[in-house]
Design a protein around this ligand. Structure first.
Ligand SMILES: [Zn+2]
Length: 336
């Protein structure tokens, strides 16, 4: 638990971190950047646990009191910074959880470590408050700022942090991981594709009972969407948004459209990822023109962007379904 060996992919970053640990060249602040579910927290945890481990090696020993309390969630020298009253991390959060505690020496270890998930939600005021600590940190303090969007940070924060960019894990590595966890081959293939490089998503999908229901609903809605009445699309958006993460649904829609387009171009069933849906995908490809299908991905990408800006999920999905239908109905290739 919380060891480098538990992390799938990102071997290059782990190698760099190990080098840092071996050479004892520890910086005071790191930004770990990457997509949601990409393993930012796992990496920060493994790094932090190793720093606190009493053996001082480049992998936690799992035996010492520090390692055991770390895994038990009660190591006093690790502090997770979270927003208390607001959605993002406020200046009060920084004052109460960082500034007021950082000068108290670590209880048992050489380091006192702060891990801040969603650090990119810090307000400007909060960042300025943190900056004061980062400018003159106590010798023992180490900060891990986890972020999806590094552009949210002030340049002055960026300049004081070492940046690690987490890369998406290749689908075949996710698949192998799922096979080790006893998932059937076909399902592992599909979940690995849906996960889009995120091991966190893959685990969530593999363990979720709602995943199959959501997928069924998405595919039902998309098959023959050109002829679907609007109220069906509205209802589908409502049902899907109520029970699931809209970003996951959008990824599913993307994979379906990708399969339809791939088959349209190649007429080769081997190009289809969602093998269990081959017949429906072939039908959809035959019933729509290449030009019309090519217009769809743009709407999916836009929806993904809107969702990141916190647009209402049901509304975003409904618009997406209506736009897909519109694109397929107003087939540009058939216009004279
Ligand atoms: Zn240890």
């Amino acid at each position: 638990m919380n060891n480098f060996s538990d992390i799938i992919g990102n071997e290059q970053i782990i190698k760099s971190i190990r080098r840092v640990l071996k050479n004892k060249m520890i910086s005071h602040a790191y930004i770990i950047a990457g997509e949601e579910g990409g393993g930012k927290k796992m990496l920060a945890n493994a790094f932090a646990k190793t720093l606190l481990c009493e053996t001082g090696g480049d992998e936690p020993c799992d035996q010492c009191i520090s390692c055991r309390t770390f895994d038990g969630g009660n190591n006093p020298d690790i502090i997770y910074v979270h927003p208390v009253k607001t959605k993002g991390i406020s200046v009060d959060d920084i004052r109460e959880q960082v500034t007021s505690t950082v000068n108290i020496k670590p209880y048992n270890h050489r380091y006192k470590i702060y891990i801040m998930p969603n650090a990119d939600t810090m307000t400007q005021q909060a960042q300025n408050a943190l900056l004061k600590t980062l400018e003159e940190p106590p010798e023992y303090a180490v900060f891990f700022l986890l972020a999806e969007n590094i552009y949210a940070f002030l340049p002055t924060i960026m300049s004081r942090c070492v940046l690690f960019n987490i890369k998406p894990v290749p689908a075949f590595k996710i698949k192998n991981y799922l096979l080790e966890r006893k998932l059937a081959d076909e399902q592992a293939d599909m979940v690995a594709e849906y996960a889009q490089g995120s091991i966190g998503k893959a685990i969530r999908f593999a363990e979720s009972e709602e995943f199959s229901a959501m997928r069924q609903k998405v595919i039902e809605t998309l098959s023959g969407i050109k002829n679907a009445p609007y109220y069906v699309l509205t209802e589908a958006a409502k049902e899907l948004a109520a029970n699931n993460d809209a970003a996951d649904i959008t990824d599913m829609i993307y994979l379906w459209q990708r399969d339809v387009l791939a088959y349209k171009i190649t007429e080769d069933k081997n190009c289809i990822i969602e093998k269990d849906m081959t017949d429906r995908i072939v039908d959809e490809a035959r019933n729509n023109s290449y030009e019309a299908l090519c217009g769809v991905p743009e709407f999916i990408m836009k929806t993904k962007k809107y969702l990141k800006q916190n647009v209402n999920s049901q509304f975003a999905l409904e618009m997406l379904f209506i736009n897909i239908k519109g694109e397929l109905v107003n087939d540009r290739s058939s216009r004279s």
